[in-house]
Design a protein around this ligand. Structure first.
Ligand SMILES: Nc1ncnc2c1ncn2[C@@H]1O[C@H](COP(=O)(O)OP(=O)(O)OP(=O)(O)O)[C@@H](O)[C@H]1O
Ligand SMILES: [Mg+2]
Length: 666
């Protein structure tokens, strides 16, 4: 309990009725969760294996686990659940797979898999495909809107298309013995609502729930929490309505009010001291968010001193912006001996990272990037994982289709179409159908032979996988299919092939590590499930902390803090985003800006470019309207006209050289 203020203490020790901690950024909400976990365990209220703390991203979950376990001995922390909603859902489904109508080793489809299936279905149905069909269906699923209801509800053209594909999609993925990301939450809720004994089991197992970033729960996640917390209401939820930034994905900040309705006994604790930022940063954030309607007024204050003003850096072009940011980082590094990991560069959209990455690389500045193109959406990674998925789950048709001609096996489209028809008639998976005599009679002898060879190989390796360790199996796959040669033949440059192969070896390495971590108990199926849920870039932070500049979107930055933050591209049409200019969306964009500003502990620099190319053409852009909403007395504008001065350039060059020297000395 040391190092907690009275309100935090009250939140930590409150038991007996559900608790909501509603407070602004940096006020120690996450700290309340980690301390409460430790307090409950120490006081013997609950043992670690009866407690579950839930949050949204793997990165946040990992940080929370670290913070909590630091307060405990290894023995005390044993069995503690700190996970994302999705991982919790996965564990529930795994235990109850049979009852939910799934076979063991079901596959988890990622967004791209889902999209590919929908595309295929749209093609078959001869309806136009639209990018947002998946979103529409996903929203329905999360709102428990059934196929029948969806058909009635559908209004727009896209919704009507989505309604047609919804049922087919559901049937299809079930036939694949696969669940999609939405199912990971939806299925546990359905299970609990239909099977009281299953609910009882999990209520018994998880006696106390703590939920971070509660304002971002969607309808389905809220139902899951309610079910698990049950009438006991053994729940602590912490959140900040001003940081709700996932409405576009179905998050419902109304869940805050809902909690009060559902639990009349709800105790609400508010925290007002901010421990993160100097007061100029804090006051600027408060002023900005003051333009949004509020659930309640927050009066955040900090004792960390006034601090430096917020620097506003106008730049001519995006390239100029990048140059200035990089030069600022280098200067701080050598003038103030700052670590690279003290800096974060935050932006609205993933595409904004590219120029920064390039410049950081050129200057030998270590960086790590969260979000963005994930490791798992790379073709080579998906290929290898698809092989493993089929080995673990022979019903995974989506994966089967991915691998059957990768590398090329000269199995034609018409053969595959016939295979699809035959499997459909026989109501079996593609792999099973491919091995049946009935199918062989429908295609040429040559096609049969090619398919047989492939199936025979699959059969052999699947058998081998039952006893061998997963890393050796994946190595054998790579070898047997001559994947490296295939990459060399299909990539544009040898360098590209090489870098892809590097990613492939990383999978092998990672599988080996997972297997070792799990003391060899993890099966191939477990490992694939794990990999489907973890993002490569988040995996980077699993390893020991590197001294690297953090690059990420504002969405990914939630919950984190850095001594120095660069908020870049603060322009109209970027922040607020071009698609978000109606009143409702503007409020969410403002909350995003608020999240960005409140990540900074000591230094905050906001930059914007005056021209930016759009669709290949440079056009003039306006600084963001949010800049005008910040208190002028706390801002320090750089001379709007000056480019980098010759002195500045020299200083940067000097810093660059020292940086190189330091690297060489290492
Ligand atoms: N009572 C305290 N004494 C000292 N430091 C504290 C205290 N409470 C919180 N902190 C520190 O303040 C910082 C912010 O805390 P924390 O991340 O828990 O805030 P939060 O409310 O979860 O923020 P966010 O809304 O951004 O998620 C952390 O570095 C934390 O260790
Ligand atoms: Mg937090």
């Amino acid at each position: 309990m040391n190092g907690l203020n009275p309100q935090q203490q009250a939140a930590v020790t409150h038991l007996g009725s559900p608790l909501l901690v509603l407070a602004g950024a940096g006020s120690g909400k996450t700290r309340v969760i980690t301390q409460k976990i430790a307090w409950m365990i120490r006081k013997g209220v609950h043992s670690a294996d009866q407690i579950a703390a839930i949050t949204f991203t793997n990165k946040a979950a990992r940080e929370m686990r670290e913070r909590a376990t630091q307060l405990l001995t290894k023995e005390e922390a044993k069995g503690l659940t700190v996970s994302t909603f999705h991982t919790l859902g996965l564990n529930i489904i795994k235990r109850e797979a049979k009852r939910l109508g799934y076979k063991k080793n079901f596959s988890i489809l990622d967004a791209q898999d889902s999209e590919a299936i929908l595309k295929e279905l749209a093609h078959k149905e001869d309806v136009e495909e639209a990018d947002n069909l998946r979103w529409i269906i996903s929203r329905w699923k999360n709102d428990f809107i059934s196929v029948e209801q969806a058909a009635l509800l559908a209004n727009t053209t896209d919704e009507k298309l989505a309604a047609i594909l919804y049922e087919k999609y559901q049937r299809q993925i079930k036939a694949y013995n696969a669940v999609d990301f939405d199912d990971l939450i939806v299925l546990p809720v359905q299970l609990f609502e239909q099977h009281p004994d299953a609910l009882q089991y999990w209520q018994n197992k998880l006696r106390y729930l703590l939920v971070d970033e509660y304002q971002d729960t969607n309808a389905c996640q809220y139902r899951l929490i309610r079910l698990l917390a049950g009438i006991r209401g053994a729940l602590t939820a912490v959140g900040d309505d001003d940081q709700s930034i996932y409405a576009w994905r179905g998050a419902r900040p109304e869940n805050i009010a809902q909690l009060q309705q559902d639990y009349p006994m709800l105790k609400v604790v508010k925290l007002e001291q901010n421990y993160r930022s100097t007061s100029r940063i804090l006051q600027s954030a408060n002023k900005l968010i003051g333009n949004n309607p509020h659930l309640f007024e927050k009066n955040l204050w900090s004792t960390l001193g006034e601090g430096d003003p917020i620097r506003i850096m106008p730049c001519r072009t995006p390239e100029h912006e990048v140059e200035k940011v990089v030069s600022e980082i280098l200067k701080a590094r050598f003038r103030d001996r700052a670590d690279f990991k003290d800096f974060a560069i935050l932006y609205r959209g993933n595409h904004q990272s590219r120029l920064f990455e390039k410049a950081l690389r050129e200057n030998n500045i270590a960086y790590k990037i969260s979000g963005g193109t994930s490791f798992f959406s790379r073709a080579e990674v998906k290929d290898i994982l698809a092989y493993l998925r089929v080995i673990a789950n022979p019903d995974d048709d989506a994966a089967f289709l991915r691998i059957i001609n990768t590398p090329k096996r000269e199995i034609g489209t018409s053969t595959l179409e016939k295979l699809g028809e035959y499997a459909h008639e026989r109501k079996t998976s593609l792999l099973t159908a491919a091995q049946e005599l009935g199918f062989a009679q429908r295609v040429s002898a040559k096609a049969t032979q090619r398919i047989e060879t492939f199936c025979f190989w699959l059969h052999e390796i699947t058998r081998a996988a039952e006893n061998a360790d997963p890393a050796s199996i994946v190595k054998q796959v790579i070898n047997d299919i001559s994947y490296e040669d295939w990459l060399k033949n299909t990539c544009n440059t040898p360098k590209q092939a090489e870098s892809r192969m590097k990613n492939v070896w990383e999978i092998v390495e990672w599988i080996r590590k997972l297997h070792d971590d799990g003391a060899g108990k993890e099966t191939l199926g477990d490992i694939i499930a794990h990999m489907s849920l973890v993002d490569m870039l988040e995996r980077n932070s699993e390893e020991k902390e590197q001294d690297a500049v953090a690059l990420m979107t504002l969405h990914a930055a939630k919950g984190l803090e850095f001594p120095s933050v660069f908020l870049v591209g603060v322009e109209e049409e970027l922040l607020p985003h071009a698609n978000s200019v109606d009143e409702h969306s503007i409020q969410e964009e403002r909350r995003l800006a608020y999240v960005g500003i409140t990540r900074a502990q000591k230094n905050l620099t906001i930059s914007y470019a005056k021209t930016r190319s759009r669709y290949g053409e440079a056009s003039t852009v306006e600084p963001s309207r949010f800049l005008e909403e910040l208190p002028p007395e706390h801002l320090e504008w750089e001379n709007k006209k000056t480019a980098i001065t010759p002195e500045e350039r020299q200083e940067t060059a000097r810093a660059y050289i020292s940086n190189l020297q330091a690297l060489l000395e290492d």
